[in-house]
Every structure is written in structure tokens, then in C-alpha cells.
Write a protein that binds this ligand. Structure first.
Ligand SMILES: Cc1cc2nc3c(=O)[nH]c(=O)nc-3n(C[C@H](O)[C@H](O)[C@H](O)COP(=O)(O)O)c2cc1C
Length: 172
């Protein structure tokens, strides 16, 4: 059984990104154990002064889940032309722990536009040595491309996502 840890960059109840995550899970099929971060909102504000042996339990759990995972799925919107603050905040806690190092990451930026957040995340994940090679996909107009049953209604997106998922799976 391969372990996959999931981080949704949106904390919204009816998140489109969450629908894309559910779709990816169905594309991956059986043989995977999933742990999803309950909410980015439980991770405290990053402060290097607090990054010691007494670090908050939510941060410890986050790092452990990353370290135990064979692969990680991040699906996120863009906010104000950048990475949502809560997602960037969580990632900042992993710089010292190297929790992303060498881990395959399926990076989905599903947003209205999303280019800047997507590029910024590629830069961030690259510097912390995550492997996003062939497994990053930008989905602009994301809300219009997935229906209520989590089916993608846009052929190009469907093909691109299927390819990225296939490459991700091959690395696990
Ligand atoms: C405060 C705020 C700022 C946003 N800024 C951007 C932006 O700069 N670029 C963009 O593509 N979408 C932006 N959006 C739109 C969201 O990214 C878009 O609605 C996305 O699909 C939301 O994802 P979710 O359904 O998973 O929450 C913004 C939304 C909010 C609430």
C-alpha cells in the first residue's frame, strides 16, 4: 500500500480544488492509502523562533504525514496573484525539516487564472527539493471545467490531468 498525503490550498467548504482532489483519487484507483490535512487553518503562523523541539503538534503531524508519504498531492487556488497565505505558511514550516525533499508531488493549481501562484509554487517546491517533474498542471477557469459529479468537461484538461496522474503514479 502506498501512502499519499493530500493538501488542499483552499479552506472553503465547497472548494473546487477539493473536487479535483476527489477526481485524482478516483483516477489513481485502488492500492493507495490517503491522509488529507484536515485544514491548513490549524497550522500556526510560521515563526523560526518556535521551530524547535516544542514545535506545535499540528506542525509535527504535518511534517510526519509528509515524511511518511510516498507521494503528495497539492491542489490550490491562486489568491491575489499568489500562493494562498495559509498554504505558503504551512510549507514554510517544512524548510528546516526537509519534509518535501525528493518526494513526488502532484501539483494542481485550479483557479480562475492561477499562473502566478502555479509558477511561485513550482519555485518554492523546487527549492525544497520536491519532485514535480511532469506532475504539475495549471487549470485556469477551473470551476467551469469540472461538473458536480467530479467529471472534467474539458477534453484538454482531462488529457493533461490523466497524464500528470500517470507520471505521478509511476514515481510512487
Ligand atoms: C480573495 C480572493 C482572491 C482571489 N484572487 C485570485 C487571483 O489572483 N487569481 C485567480 O486566478 N483567482 C483568484 N481568486 C479566485 C479563486 O482562485 C477561484 O475562485 C478558485 O477557483 C477558488 O478555488 P476553491 O473553489 O478551491 O476555493 C481569488 C479568490 C479570492 C476569494
Amino acid at each position: 500500500m502506498k501512502n499519499i498525503f493530500i493538501v488542499c490550498g483552499s479552506t472553503r467548504k465547497n472548494s473546487t480544488n477539493h473536487r479535483y482532489i476527489e477526481l485524482v483519487k478516483s483516477l489513481l484507483g485502488k492500492g493507495f492509502g490517503y491522509v488529507e490535512l484536515d485544514s491548513l487553518m490549524n497550522i500556526p503562523h510560521f515563526n523560526p523562533d518556535d521551530d524547535d523541539e516544542n514545535v506545535a503538534d499540528a506542525v509535527k503531524d504535518f511534517r510526519n504525514n509528509l515524511q511518511e508519504a510516498n507521494g503528495i498531492i497539492i491542489s490550490t487556488p491562486e489568491y491575489a496573484m499568489g500562493i494562498p497565505g495559509s498554504l505558503k505558511n504551512a510549507i514554510d514550516w517544512t524548510v528546516s525539516s526537509s519534509s518535501f525533499s525528493k518526494k513526488p508531488v502532484l501539483l494542481i493549481t485550479a483557479s480562475s487564472q492561477g499562473f502566478k501562484a502555479h509558477q511561485a509554487l513550482i519555485d518554492v517546491l523546487t527549492v525544497i527539493e520536491a519532485d514535480t517533474d511532469g506532475t504539475r498542471i495549471l487549470i485556469p477557469f477551473a470551476k467551469t471545467k469540472i461538473d458536480n459529479e467530479n467529471n472534467i468537461t474539458d477534453k484538454t484538461t482531462q488529457e493533461e490531468l490523466a497524464k500528470a496522474v500517470q507520471i505521478f503514479q509511476s514515481k510512487l
